[in-house]
Every structure is written in C-alpha cells, then in structure tokens.
Design a protein around this ligand. Structure first.
Ligand code: NCD
Ligand code: ZN
Length: 358
C-alpha cells in the first residue's frame, strides 16, 4: 500500500515575489518570511518607489538591519520601472550584483502603481538594457484599462501587450508574476525558456467563490483577483507538473487590518507566516508532494541564475492553526491569510529567535 508522506525535508526555499514594505511594517513582517525562506525577491512598490540602484541599495540595507539576530536571509532586489528608466540605470543595476529584476507595473494596475509605466513604448530603452544585461523583466500582467473586466485583465494583457513585446525583444527574459489563469500558464508554456511564472499560495488553493460567497472575505482579496475553479485547477496542474518554468512567489502583501477590513479595502494577502504550509497543502491535494522541493527551491533559482541555497527546512504533517495576527509596532496588526484556520502541514522554523512567533 502507498504510505502517505508525513515528513518532507526540502532545500531552503526561495520566495521569488515578496512585499516587505518599510519601517515598522518591514520589522514586523520580515522575520516571518526569513523563518521559512533563505532568499526573497523584494518588490519595489514602496510609497516612494525604488526606481534606482542607489535606492535599492539603501532599501536592501534597511531590510538587512531589520533582520532579527540568528536569521540569515538574502534580499534579492528589484527596480521599479517608470517611463523615465534608462538603459544606463539598468546597467548600473546589473553591475550592483544585488538587483535581479526590473518590475513592470502598468500604471494604475495595483497597490502603489501610480508611478508605473503608462505605455510600453516608453520603456523600450530600459527593455534594451534588460535584454543586453540579461536582467529579468518581472511583470504584473494585467491591463489597467477600465473597459476590460477585472476577470479578463490578465488574458488581455498577454495578448495585447506581452506577446508583441516578446516579438520585439527576442532576447528578453520575463517572469509573469502571480499567474492566475489557464491562458497565463499556456502563454508561459508557449514561450518556454524565456518566460516563466510565479504562483501564490492563494491562487493554488482558492477560487473566486472563496472571496465572494457567504459574505465578502477581504483577506482573500488580492490582485490579480482570484479566478474561477477551472483556472485554479490549471494553475495547480502547472505548478505540480515539474516543469522548470513554474515556481513559487508568495506575493505576500501585508496591509494593516484597518486597510483590509474597510469600505474600500486594499488588495494583498499576507501569507508569509504559513507560506510553506499552504504550498504543501496545495501540492498534497494534487498528490504531487514529490514536486514541492524543485517548485520551492530549484526552478526559480535556475531561471534567475542564482546558486542553490544551502541548508534545509522540514515540513511535518500536523493539524494546527496558524497565527491569528501579526503585531506591528504603533499600528493595527496584520491579519495573516487563513488566520486561525486549520492547516494540515507545519513547517519547522529554520531557526527562531527567543520568544518570536509564539
Ligand atoms: C500587492 C501589494 O499590496 O503591494 N497587492 C496584491 O494584491 N498582490 C501588489 C501586487 O503585487 O499587485
Ligand atoms: Zn506582488
């Protein structure tokens, strides 16, 4: 008889899409990620976006300073593309060694994207720089066009913008972040080798009913918005397929409780406290726990040209409830994704500073 796996040892994972914010929020959320992941690709959408290598260096220092003693974590930095970004800035970023991607937010598409790109033709110089240096273009793949239904915004972006862009820049390497649709995974497969995609825990576990049925669930609201069940199943199939173009990026995106539980709530799920548990649950559902190690540590590093992480983390099959709240100094706490709900896996911390996370 087939014995269910009840303990998994994985190479230390990489979170290849992560929002760490700044100041008190950074200090509050960083330890949760650093307990589970050895590296994280840090998104640049601060209120004042990280648009230069100099700003990325300063932000990186603030992240390292916020790390509790005993936790080692490497922030992989990104630049926020604007209409003004130059190829020269991209070359500086590449030369720094610590910037690994430039992030494209179509203006108006999500949190702190107002300074984003207003037309792709305005960033051709920067894209030339990316193509020449081999730095990755990381994409929030949705249109902000008010005429396009929110559930169609990813598919329309691929057809209207990303496909022509790949034709024009034949050497550009792209990560389609937080892919949410069957069209998205098909697009990645059709452009294998130069396009990859990250998957969030919430898009692997939930569909739009979990957002909208039985009341409005603000902690399940993120962008791109959750889609129908058939899309979720397509994502789960892709993530667990073992294909090297698919890997983990949590998109853990903390907002204070007041900003989420509001008449106009912010988009973003704070999944950092139980990210590994949530991915394990999704892979378990698909009967594909054997594919979890390379999805979490391997495929992403290879696409980004990073050396493998060192050390391991352990997951055990155990029923428990994740933390219900993450305190933030001087502010309302952040409510974790699936707070207080039963989980079927538990990650043993890589190391834990005294008194942390209890
Ligand atoms: C992110 C945030 O809050 O910064 N929100 C989200 O819903 N995913 C921005 C983003 O990645 O779109
Ligand atoms: Zn994000």
């Amino acid at each position: 008889m087939h014995q269910p796996l009840d303990r998994l040892e994985l190479p230390t994972p990489d979170d290849l899409h992560l929002h760490l914010r700044d100041e008190a929020m950074l200090r509050a959320v960083l330890p949760w990620t650093a307990r589970q992941f050895g590296r994280g690709l840090v998104m640049p959408n601060l209120p004042v976006p990280v648009t230069s290598t100099t700003a990325a260096a300063a932000y990186r220092e603030r992240i390292l300073a916020a790390l509790p003693p005993g936790l080692d974590f490497e922030p992989l930095m990104t630049l926020y593309l604007t209409d003004e970004t130059t190829a020269e800035e991209i070359r500086r970023a590449k030369a720094s060694g610590f910037v690994h991607a430039a992030k494209l937010y179509p203006a108006g598409v999500t949190t702190h994207s107002a300074a984003g790109v207003t037309g792709l033709e305005r960033v051709y110089d920067a894209l030339d720089g990316l193509q020449d240096t081999g730095l990755i273009l990381s994409v929030h793949g949705e249109v902000a066009d008010p005429q396009v239904d929110i559930f169609d915004r990813e598919a329309v972006f691929l057809e209207r913008h990303l496909a022509p862009l790949l034709e024009r820049f034949a050497g550009l390497r792209v990560v389609l972040e937080h892919v949410t649709t069957a069209e998205g995974v098909a697009f990645v497969r059709a452009n294998r080798g130069r396009v990859a995609a990250t998957f969030t825990p919430q898009h692997l576990l939930l569909n739009r009913n979990h957002l909208l049925v039985g009341g409005l669930h603000p902690h399940h609201y993120c962008l791109p918005v959750l889609k129908r069940e058939d899309h979720r199943l397509a994502l789960l199939q892709a993530a667990t397929s073992g294909e090297g173009c698919f890997f983990a990026g949590t998109d853990s995106a903390p907002h204070g409780r007041d900003a989420k539980e509001s008449a106009c709530g912010c988009a973003g799920c704070f999944s950092a406290p139980t990210a590994l548990e949530l991915y394990a649950e999704a892979f378990d559902e698909a009967g594909a726990l054997d594919q979890l190690p390379t999805f979490l540590a391997g495929h992403g590093a290879r696409f980004y040209g990073l050396k493998p992480t060192t050390g391991t983390v352990t997951l055990v099959r155990e029923r428990w409830e994740g933390p219900v709240c993450a305190p933030v100094e001087g502010q309302k706490p952040v409510i974790p994704f699936r707070a207080g709900e039963p989980l079927s896996w538990r990650a043993l911390p890589r190391s834990s500073p005294p008194g942390f996370g209890e």
